[in-house]
Design a protein around this ligand. Structure first.
Ligand code: SAH
Ligand code: SF4
Ligand code: F3S
Length: 458
């Protein structure tokens, strides 16, 4: 494929990313949108022509960070004589656009997650001083159509967004409001993007969506464009891209269909790792959360996946202190954790979000109780994570090398189970898959000696 060369970067952009992997992906795509109008990325805000904060609204703390960061950016902007353009993008922009503009006059632009394809137009408006600063319409498909078809990537592992938005409306969560309705990209579009990644040496692709396993996109036009589910898509992307590793995140227990479970057994490129957030182990709380699944359903999925892929590693998200959570409900969560045995997990104190149903519920749990429960849960999860890492000692593990480690003479990479891996080696191994004999493990990483380098498939 011949690609039009990009203009030389004459201006600089600094993007700071908060929140989930969707935001990481979006920040990458913003760079792709800005490159044709001459913006090249820089590592810090000092003296930058454009600063973008790509924000997260999921918990109160995440949102507060934006306002404190804007205080810092204000000083940087003053140093440029006011020339720096400051943009707030992402989920806080979507939820609180008007408030940001009122509270932070330093901000020139506010754009929601479905509007960043309009960045060039919005920047032009700032230069023309039209006074229009806000873009928060949901135009998901229009956005994907408008984005450059090719990607510039950095490293052997890349995200690819295939589905956006959420129709599940868990009672604690802002995502359905900040990201809009669930929408799947057509397979043909995804394939174009996947090929662009593969042509640049990407060996691991992580398919993204807020509810990625709810994926139901139009199939290839050549095959009649009938709807495809996630498993079909994974098998196809593995084939057309020639990727060594495929992952998908984040999924919902309600959408774990038979074909996807089967794919874990029959698709070697699909990594033996499943991040399936459960949030709570108590059926009472799951119901109040409007999760639409029970503890038993969750456990049965885990058992079925394990049956087809015995070396699977399970990951999850938990919320403690949801309104009405009793000590017994919390014990149900601890019990579920003991039953599943997770290799990694993310746990949070419930954070009340304005406008969500749970914010109005009776039985809000005191902060100290939430803190104690979080500590108890995390102690158990860390124990399991450490045990999982230790269990790899003596095994041969394939590692995708992602770059230099902090320690001189060492390289870093990732195992199939997303563990951080360190080993003695040089930069010639970057982007390769090496087999390591694991001889050491801690809570956060494993390390070992290189046995051999895997051939690149051609
Ligand atoms: N779409 C994904 C998760 C999106 S948000 C899913 O459905 O699983 C990532 C995680 O943040 C959630 O899994 C949940 O554990 C946590 N989270 C979301 N809203 C929260 C809130 N109000 N308080 C605390 N944690 C929250
Ligand atoms: Fe939020 Fe629930 Fe949707 Fe996940 S499924 S994004 S937790 S509403
Ligand atoms: Fe945060 Fe938005 Fe992701 S609220 S978690 S950045 S979808």
């Amino acid at each position: 494929m011949t690609e039009t060369p990009l203009p030389k970067a004459t201006k600089t952009v600094f993007i700071k990313t908060y929140g989930c992997q969707m935001n990481v992906y979006d920040s990458e795509r913003m760079k792709d949108v800005l490159a044709p109008i001459g913006y090249g990325p820089v590592a810090g805000p000092e003296g930058a022509d454009l600063v973008i904060l790509n924000t997260c609204h999921i918990r109160e703390k995440a949102t507060e960070k934006v306002y404190s960061e804007l205080g810092q950016i204000k000083k940087q902007k003053a140093k440029t004589g006011g020339k720096m353009i400051v943009a707030v993008a992402g989920c806080v922009a979507q939820a609180e656009g008007e408030e940001i503009m009122r509270r932070a006059p330093v901000v020139d632009l506010v754009l929601g997650p479905q509007a960043y394809h309009k960045l060039p137009e919005m920047i032009a408006r700032v230069h023309r001083k039209t006074g229009e600063r806000l873009e928060t319409k949901f135009e998901t498909l229009e956005k994907f159509d408008a984005l450059p078809k090719t990607r510039s990537v950095d490293g052997p592992s890349a995200f690819l967004s295939i589905q956006e938005g959420c129709d599940k409306f868990c009672t604690f969560c802002v995502v359905p409001y900040t990201r809009g309705a669930e929408l799947s990209r057509p397979v043909d579009d995804i394939v174009v993007e996947a090929r662009s990644l593969a042509s640049q040496g990407v060996r691991e692709v992580n398919l993204l969506g807020q509810n990625v396993n709810a994926y139901h996109g139009a199939g290839p036009k050549l095959e009649g464009a009938a709807e495809w589910g996630l498993a079909q898509m994974i098998r196809h992307v593995a084939k057309v891209g020639g990727f060594d590793r495929i992952r998908y995140t984040t999924s919902h227990p309600r959408d774990m269909d038979d074909d996807l479970i089967t794919a874990h057994g029959d698709t070697p490129e699909l990594m033996p790792f499943l991040h399936l957030p459960v949030q709570s182990g108590s059926n009472t709380i799951l119901k109040a959360m409007n999760r639409g699944h029970t503890r038993e359903h969750y456990l049965s999925i885990m058992a079925r996946v394990k049956a087809v892929r015995p070396d699977i590693g399970f990951a999850s998200d938990f919320i403690v202190g949801f309104p009405g959570e009793s000590e017994a409900d919390f014990e149900d969560t601890m019990d579920l954790v003991r039953e599943v045995n997770f290799c990694i997990a993310y746990s949070f104190k419930y954070s009340s979000r304005p406008g969500t149903p749970a914010a109005e519920m009776f039985g809000q749990v005191p902060e100290e109780v939430k803190t104690t429960r979080l500590h108890r849960l995390q102690a158990l999860l860390w124990e399991q994570q450490t045990a999982f890492n230790l269990s790899k000692i003596g095994q041969t593990v394939p590692v995708l090398v992602t770059g230099k480690a902090r320690m001189p003479g060492q390289m870093a990479g990732r195992s199939p189970w997303l563990q951080s891996v360190y080993f003695d080696g040089d930069e010639s191994l970057n982007g390769q898959i090496v087999e390591l004999k694991i001889d050491h493990a801690t809570q956060n990483s494993i390390s070992g000696q290189v046995l051999r380098v895997k051939e690149v498939a051609v």
